[in-house]
Design a protein around this ligand. Structure first.
Ligand SMILES: [Mg+2]
Length: 226
């Protein structure tokens, strides 16, 4: 039985209308004078830290702690500003599913498993009134490797539940093959949704436990019974 839900953010809970990518572009343009650093970078399913490292390499910027700090200090400013300027939305079924989870008698622990840095995740989810439901999470500034993030999220859920949480009690919900792979990395189950960065065919090929078009197609009972 599933006792922990770990949600990806972009393409799974929300679509920011490109505000996240634009915030990256603006930060490289304004803070590093390197407007080309983000060219050809594939953003979906990646951790922010690994994206910044790739952009540093493209822009010939030294990948040192001081520059990561500079990047993220400016990035969160742009992200906050651009979210307000850009048309985005919560993905179909998200608010309804969370409404049902709130009313559930024995709800699972609700967490985040995301490549966004923690503050970036909070800014994005607050914008869509979705931050308050999450009890814990693992973020892009916890580790650069997304598969390691899954383990960190599982460890943190164990601290919250005061017991060791086996992988098969965890469900990872995401929109890319990377999300399915990071579920596999900890022996967790996976729910793939076609609301973001990958096609249905791409998601089918990586064999998630369950594949749906969007979150309107599942109930809390179905998720917890996987
Ligand atoms: Mg995603």
């Amino acid at each position: 039985m599933i006792r922990v839900l770990l949600f990806d953010i972009d393409g799974t809970l929300i679509r920011t209308g490109g505000a996240g990518v634009k915030a990256f572009e603006k930060t490289f343009e304004t803070e590093f004078n390197a407007p080309d650093a983000t060219w050809k970078v594939k953003f979906a399913g990646r951790t922010d830290t690994s994206l910044v490292r790739e952009c540093f390499c493209n822009g010939r910027i030294e990948p040192v702690a001081r520059n990561f700090q500079r990047f993220f200090d400016t990035y969160v400013f742009w992200l906050h500003y651009l979210l307000a300027e850009t048309a985005g939305n919560a993905c179909p079924g998200v608010h309804e599913l969370f409404g049902d989870l709130r009313q559930s008698d024995n709800p699972p622990l609700i967490g985040l498993l995301t490549g966004n840095i923690r503050l970036g995740a909070e800014i994005k989810l607050r914008h869509f009134d979705l931050w308050g439901i999450f009890e814990m999470g693992a973020f892009g500034d916890d580790h650069e490797d997304r598969n390691r993030l899954a383990d960190i999220a599982r460890e943190r859920s164990g601290l919250m539940l005061d017991r060791k949480v086996p992988g098969d009690e965890v469900l990872v919900i995401g929109d890319t093959p990377m999300d399915v792979r990071c579920a596999e990395a900890i022996g967790a189950k996976s729910l793939a949704v076609c609301t973001g960065g990958a096609t249905r065919g791409e998601l089918e090929r990586c064999r998630p436990t369950l594949l749906v078009n969007d979150l309107t197609e599942v109930t809390v009972e179905e998720l917890c019974g996987l």
